[in-house]
Each structure stands twice: as C-alpha cells, then as structure tokens.
Design a binder for this molecule. Structure first.
Ligand code: SAH
Ligand code: SF4
Length: 442
C-alpha cells in the first residue's frame, strides 16, 4: 500500500514519523508524498497548545475531501492519545486513531484499514521505548534521535506527561546503533531528543556519559540536544559539554517566566535566582555558548508585575533567541483547574512585547558577531535566495552565505558581514574539513 504521512508539532513527532516510515517500509509498504495516490493517509498530531490541536482537526477534515474516496484516513500522536475515540465523532470519515505508545501496531492498522473498520489504539505503556524498531531508511544532514520518551515533571500548564506517559530512557546501545546508522546514511549533525533530556539514565550511563559515547562516533561532526530542564543541568553535564569537541555550544533552557510566584505555580522547581546562577555558571565554563529559551505569557494570575519580572529577566540574561507563547489552557492539567483570568487581549499584548524585546536583543547579539569567523555546516541553497547557501553555526544560528562552489555537507568558515533580525549573512572563507568524502566506518 502507498502511505502518506503529515507531521505537526515538535521534533519528537518528526522523529516518530521517521520511525513509523521505517516500520511501514520494512512491512512491505511504500511511501508517497502525493496525496492523490495514497491508499492510507495519516496525520501525526500535536496537542501542546489548543491552537495546534485545532489546526490538526481542521486539517483532518480538509484531507478527507482531498484524498481518494476509498483511502483510509488516520490520526496518530498526541491528539490521538488525548482524545481517543472521541475523534471518530469529531472528524467525519476518520478510520483510525493510534496513540503514542501504540506505533508498533501501525503496520497492522494500515493493513486492515479502509474496509469500513474503525480502529482506536490508545492504551498507554510506559515501558514502550521502540528499541526494537527497524533502523532508519534515510537521513538528513542534520537529523534527530529520540533518547528518551515521556516526562515526569508535570509542569502545571503542560499536557505532555499525560499524552506521552512516564519518563523512560532508550538503552544507550540502541541510541549508539541508531546514530551510527544515520551517519552511514549521511547525517553529520545529530540532535538527541527528550522532553527532559538531561535526566537520561541507562544504568550507570548518565546523559553526560551518553554524550561522551556519541562523541566518539567517527564521521559525525556535531552533537546537539533538547530540551533541558534547569533542575537537571548538572555540573557533570556542563563539564561534558565544555570538554567534548563535537558537542555544540548551544543550550536550550526554557525558563517560562521571570516571576518566582509564577514559577512556583507552574511547578518548575527553580527560582529566578537559581536560573540566573545556572546561566552564569554555564557562560563561565562554556565560552561563546548560545542560550535560548521558551517563555509563556498570561499564565493564570500573572500580574503586570509578574510580567515585568519576565521582561527584566530577558533583559538580564540576554538570550540569543526565544520561543514565546501565550498561555493556552490544557484540559486535565493542574493549571487547567485554575481561573484563566488573564484576558486574551492581555496575553497577546504581553506576547507581542516579549517578541519585540527579544527581537531587539537577538539583533544586537547578531550585530556583535559582524566581522567574526563562524564554523558553519552548509545545509543547502537558501530558500529565499537559491544563489546563496544556508547553514547553521555551532551555536545554532542561521547563516546565509556566499560560497563559490557546491559545499553542502561541508564545514565552512564563514566571515559574518551583516545580519537581519534572526539571520546572519556572510561569505565563505575556508573549508575546514571535507565531510563529503565517503564515510569510513564505525
Ligand atoms: N519539554 C520541553 C518542552 C515542552 S513543550 C520543556 O520542558 O521545556 C514546549 C514549550 O511549549 C514549553 O517549553 C512551553 O513554553 C510551551 N507550552 C507548553 N504547554 C503550554 C501551554 N499550555 N500554553 C502555552 N505554552 C505552552
Ligand atoms: Fe511539559 Fe514540563 Fe515535561 Fe517540558 S518538562 S514536557 S514543559 S511537563
């Protein structure tokens, strides 16, 4: 059968979709990017904010009209896990619903789909780590590997622990095998993923040790990881990041709010002062490190004073970049029971203020990089201007640059000559290493 998969949400969902594609291909199915010829269409969904969920539901309804009449339509992932069989009545013509711990059943679901049979598979299994799934079939230059699933943190606003279950670490041998397989397929930059990746543990292998193990893989140029929780970013880990040559100088460390009262109600288990001290230590030990974050505006009870504390923290830390969201009530979370008392217009206004502030900070940091030399992994032609290349620096910054020859896949030294708000511009000066040469083992 020909299968079409569309993915929404975080990198973890992208990673899950890649794993499901491998399962389907090894079960004898083929993949298609053409909706019209698909026998089975599935949407891997995100429920972290209400708008993300609404977008998925809207897309499913729209897809039903686009695909062949006898093609089966399914939803998998976090919305599937949260809503279960309710989805069958929400979306007319939906054939199957598969939750986050039931992906191993997808080849069977696909096999039997499309005969009027409605199927819902949403049992949770906190031991499922998909360790025995078939290996990857394709790789991107920069790719992702899930090393953990689930989350035990129960931040009060967050639906993730409910739809992805308890925290579990993928055995380090499995991670190693997958990273090596992706390197063989052309990956040069790996991002190790987990909702709370720094609490990784497989026996005596901590996340810091896992980084050391991955660092030894030949043919791999860079290692990144996401997402870190401030409570788990240990001294051992900071030292590992500082000491391992392939681990990039970039830490994504969501702070969410600058107000201690809000942080407490968010159940984040650190104070503003803890966070500031942690960043101080990271910057002392890892020169040139980029720090990025997530911020939520309009959490229940957020006063204008609380909000000013978030702005002042952003000014104090000067993040390289930030993802900023307005609070969205998630049914079933503990904050979902609080009075959502910040008016929508205020949430939006505050969100705009954080975005403007961050834009100014990011621009100023980028301007400070003009004239410096950055190591950039060339990814491919820029989407906006195909005559120039796009790549990322070790610190994760987007760089668009002039390069006289084809250089995708190579590490290039780029002299920064200018910047816009979120992108650096530059010119290639030297190729550091020829990573396009054939992979020589591991
Ligand atoms: N595990 C990661 C990311 C989880 S979801 C972490 O702990 O940081 C990504 C981001 O979405 C969160 O960091 C948070 O900023 C945002 N988010 C999660 N739930 C939200 C909600 N109910 N409303 C608004 N933003 C939310
Ligand atoms: Fe959600 Fe908090 Fe877990 Fe991140 S750490 S996934 S925000 S509960």
């Amino acid at each position: 059968m020909k299968i079409y998969i569309e993915t929404y949400g975080c990198q973890m969902n992208e990673c899950d979709s890649a794993m499901i594609r491998s399962m389907l291909v090894s079960a004898g199915h083929s993949l298609t990017s053409d909706l019209a010829e698909a026998d089975v269409v599935m949407v891997n969904s995100c429920t972290v904010r209400e708008r993300a969920e609404q977008r998925v539901l809207g897309r499913l309804r729209h897809l039903r009209g686009l695909i062949a009449k006898d093609a089966a339509l399914g939803v998998i992932g976090c919305v599937a896990q949260r809503m279960g069989k309710r989805l069958l009545s929400e979306v007319r013509g939906l054939d199957f619903v598969v939750g986050t711990d039931r992906y191993a059943l997808i080849p069977d679901v696909v096999e039997k789909a499309g005969h009027g049979l409605k199927r819902v598979e949403t049992d949770q299994d906190d031991s499922e780590d998909y360790g025995d799934c078939p290996g990857p079939i394709t790789a991107s230059l920069s790719d992702f590997v899930s090393v953990m699933r689930g989350c035990n943190n129960y931040c009060s606003y967050c639906i993730v622990p409910y739809v992805r279950g308890r925290e579990r670490s993928v055995p380090h041998e499995t991670v190693l095998t997958e990273v090596k397989a992706l390197v063989r397929l052309g990956m040069r930059d790996v991002t190790l993923l987990g909702q709370n990746v720094n609490s990784y543990r497989d026996g005596s292998v901590t996340f810091a040790r896992l980084l050391g193990i991955i660092n030894d893989i030949s043919g791999l140029a860079r290692i990144r990881f996401a997402t870190s929780h401030p409570k788990d970013l240990s001294e051992e880990l900071i030292d590992a990041i500082a000491g391992l040559d392939k681990v990039c100088e970039h830490i994504h460390l969501p702070v969410q709010s600058g107000s201690n009262a809000i942080l407490r109600r968010m159940n984040r288990s650190y104070t503003r002062e803890d966070y500031v001290a942690l960043i101080g230590n990271i910057r002392k030990k890892i020169p040139g490190v980029a720090v990025t974050t997530d911020v939520i505006t309009g959490f229940p009870g957020e006063t204008s004073e609380d909000f000013r504390a978030t702005l002042s923290l952003m000014e104090e830390i000067r993040f390289d970049s930030a993802f900023m969201f307005r609070y969205s009530v998630r049914e079933g979370t503990s904050a979902g029971a609080l009075n959502d008392d910040v008016p929508e217009a205020t949430k939006i206004e505050r969100l705009k203020t954080t975005i403007e502030l961050q834009k100014g900070i990011t621009t100023a940091i980028n301007q400070g990089l003009i004239g410096t030399l950055l190591e950039v992994l060339a990814d491919g032609p820029s989407k906006r201007d195909a005559s120039r290349m796009f790549g990322r620096s070790r610190s994760g910054k987007a760089v668009v640059f002039e390069c006289p020859d084809e250089c995708a896949g190579e590490l290039i030294h780029v002299r920064v000559t200018g910047c816009s708000a979120w992108t650096l511009h530059g010119e290639a000066e030297a190729r550091q290493k020829d990573l396009a040469r054939p992979f020589d083992g591991c």
